[in-house]
Design a protein around this ligand. Structure first.
Ligand code: GDP
Ligand code: MG
Length: 451
């Protein structure tokens, strides 16, 4: 589905290959071509602008790592920003309530709601081991309820019996009664199709939302319709709040624009993608896999990551040596913090270390971000040379002066000093462990943890 975009991006980067140095003009020219490629892929204009600006800022401000060509560096930067656009992490389905919970499927007629409802039910049963109940609220087209019933039968899934003449809200109420009796976990409510966003049907969705308190309201959007899908999703979200998107027909020759813009425009994550008519052709939307597929330069991305890690390890080793010798003073700490910032701050550093997404999340939650690093550096800068080298001479009045100089509280100064101490202690403990990575990992935790 992203074939064309992949090819276009590939040829942009091919031109940068092997160049020893890139001028700002080279970068600008390459990004101009990336811009055209994205527009051709039907990515929303606002998204393209945002993306190019974002990449440019980073591309121009980044030092090229040793052993990497500038072209490779740019591929990595474009890759990272593609990933950011797509949402970075898989956003799982929400089951955070006592069963039975409801999922509401909404969208335009023909977008794939009924098919996706059945696919989703199968996924929930097979992959998550939960018991779904399929319920059609589409009372406007006589065949629609039967369609869902037939799909359910094919998949050996439970579907609510059809009672002619019932209104959508009555059906939803009946679904909850049945679900309770049959210990159903998730009621999947497939709603009526609409040709465009119309008030009466929106009102109906709202009523059902108010009654069923769905944990998920999933918009089903047809990727083949490109930017129309994005505009429609945005309009939907403004009328009935969504929790996520299922993008269908990504198997066709959709150019990928919807996949790249819909999250940026609506702020809602794509949770699944439909990749065929068959009922097992629903895939979890994994931004990392999609970004890799679009760029198709996994080799380069991995290479740059490795090089970045190697540099970090070199620096880390130097620091580690100093620490072990008891020479790691506040000057070194300031250098260390400065390097963290240069590497894209906390986020950038964390991205280089595989498998610690959880820690990153936690740090994010507790607000440990670049601001804190900058504040730490400001505190060290407010010290005299002698104080930085011999923090033990810091008494009450010196600390007060430093705090005032850095615009922080004395408690912040104390925290920094304590963290510096802890890094030393930690180093001793880690002496036997593999040095580089553990200093970076432990170092960060030591610096900011324990809060
Ligand atoms: N190729 C392809 N076709 C799909 C996909 N999802 C749904 N369809 C087809 O799209 C058509 C309309 O789907 P349906 O679920 O009835 O749409 P609804 O009106 O929104 O309920 C059917 O023929 C489906 O088989 C998909 O991911 N890929
Ligand atoms: Mg339908």
């Amino acid at each position: 589905m992203f074939d064309h975009l992949t090819k276009r991006l590939g040829s942009v980067f091919e031109k940068l290959k092997g160049r020893g140095a890139l001028t700002e003009a080279d970068v600008t020219e390459a990004l101009r071509e990336v811009r055209v490629a994205l527009l051709e892929a039907d990515v929303a204009l606002a998204t393209v602008k945002y993306f190019i600006e974002d990449v440019k800022k980073e591309a121009i401000g980044t030092d090229v790592l040793k052993s990497i060509t500038p072209g490779q560096m740019i591929i990595k930067i474009v890759h990272d920003h593609l990933l950011k656009l797509l949402g970075e992490e898989v956003v799982p389905l929400d089951f955070q309530a006592a069963p039975p919970i409801a999922y509401l499927m909404v969208g335009l007629q023909g977008s794939g709601k009924t098919t996706s409802s059945a696919k989703l039910a199968k996924y929930i049963k097979d992959k998550l081991g939960k018991k779904p109940l399929l319920v059609s609220l589409d009372v406007y087209r006589p065949a629609a309820q039967k369609q869902l019933g037939i799909l359910a039968q094919q998949l050996n899934l439970d579907a609510l019996d059809i009672i002619e003449g019932q209104k959508p809200l009555e059906i939803a109420k009946r679904a909850f009664e049945v679900a309770k009796k049959q210990s159903i976990d998730v009621i999947i409510l497939d709603t009526a199709g609409r040709l465009h966003i119309d008030d009466a049907l929106m009102q109906e969705i709202r009523e059902i939302q108010n009654y069923s308190h769905p944990r998920e309201t999933l918009l089903v959007a047809d990727a083949m319709t490109g930017q129309d899908a994005v505009t429609m999703a945005d309009a939907f979200h403004k009328t009935v709040p969504l929790t996520g998107i299922i993008l269908t027909r990504l198997d066709g020759d959709a150019r990928g624009g919807a996949a790249l813009s819909i999250r940026h425009v609506t702020g809602q994550p794509i949770k699944f993608m439909g990749v065929g008519e068959k009922l097992d052709q629903l895939e979890l939307f994994d931004p990392r896999r999609v970004a890799d597929r679009i760029l198709d330069r996994g080799d380069v991305v991995a290479l740059v990551e490795k090089a970045a890690l190697a540099i970090n390890e070199e620096d880390a080793k130097k620091m580690a040596d100093k620490m072990q010798k008891g020479q790691f003073d506040l000057n070194d700490l300031a250098t260390y913090l400065g390097q963290m910032l240069k590497m894209g701050g906390m986020g950038g550093l964390m991205n280089l270390l595989p498998g610690i997404g959880k820690i990153k999340e936690k740090m994010h939650e507790s607000g440990m971000d670049d601001k804190i690093i900058k504040r730490q550096i400001a505190i060290i800068r407010a010290m005299t040379k002698k104080e930085r080298r011999h923090p033990e001479i810091l008494n009450g009045s010196r600390k007060k002066r430093i705090a005032a100089g850095a615009g922080v509280h004395v408690a912040d100064v104390n925290r920094l000093l304590k963290q510096h101490d802890q890094m030393g202690l930690m180093m001793k403990r880690m002496k036997k462990m593999s040095m580089g990575k553990s200093l970076l990992r432990g170092g960060i935790k030591g610096l900011f943890g324990g809060k």
